[in-house]
Design a binder for this molecule. Structure first.
Ligand SMILES: [Zn+2]
Length: 192
């Protein structure tokens, strides 16, 4: 879930041995495989990366009220999107068109345009169903973030891999800062 802002590739975890000094670092895959002339993204220590993620989570906790309000807005926006293009609306229109098609066929009228529209609406309905499933996923992730903000009374002190996997979608490594995007689509910038 760690990304390079320069080439868009992912960062890879690497055991680094620098003149007998061992450490775990994260590096851009393009840079590892093709050298610094292809991508000059910085190498970062794992400890730095973990500290940045904890800082981002604690920033979210510190701004609990505004985070909660923003999450609530996100949920409402997701629900509104669903109302506008619901599969049920499309289904209702499809049923009308199927009746219309039968009427035309029975009276030997041309029904090609109706058949085309039915095909088109079937595609739209499939798309609406997929989007509806995606919206449910977003709602679930927002609920998890709210639950975390509600239940975590104090700052997080130690790096917790499970917690991070649950909450964090993406970390982008810039030269001077990290951008941490939570699964609930909220983004927090952390100066590294
Ligand atoms: Zn890169």
């Amino acid at each position: 879930m760690v990304y390079c802002p320069k080439c868009g590739d992912i960062y890879r975890r690497i055991a680094w041995n620098n003149r007998g000094k061992h450490s775990i670092v994260w590096r851009c895959c393009t840079r590892v495989e093709h050298g610094p002339e292809k991508c000059d993204a910085p190498t970062i220590q794992e400890s730095e990366l973990q500290a940045a993620v904890i800082k981002a989570i604690n920033t979210a906790l510190g701004n609990r009220d505004s985070m909660m309000a923003a999450l609530q807005e996100n949920v409402e926006a997701v629900i509104r999107q669903g109302d506008e293009s619901s599969a049920e609306n499309i289904e209702a229109r499809l049923e009308e068109l199927q009746k219309e098609l039968l009427r035309r066929a029975n009276s030997k009228k041309d029904y090609n345009s109706v058949a085309d529209e039915i095909d088109h609406l079937r595609e739209l309905k499939q798309k609406a169903l997929t989007e509806s499933a995606e919206r449910e996923g977003v709602k679930k992730r927002i609920a998890e973030m709210r639950e975390f903000l509600d239940s975590q009374a104090t700052e997080v002190l130690e790096y917790d891999e499970q917690l991070v996997r649950r909450l964090v979608e993406k970390i982008t490594v810039y030269d001077e800062r990290f951008e941490v995007e939570f699964k609930s689509s909220m983004t927090v910038d952390v100066i590294g």
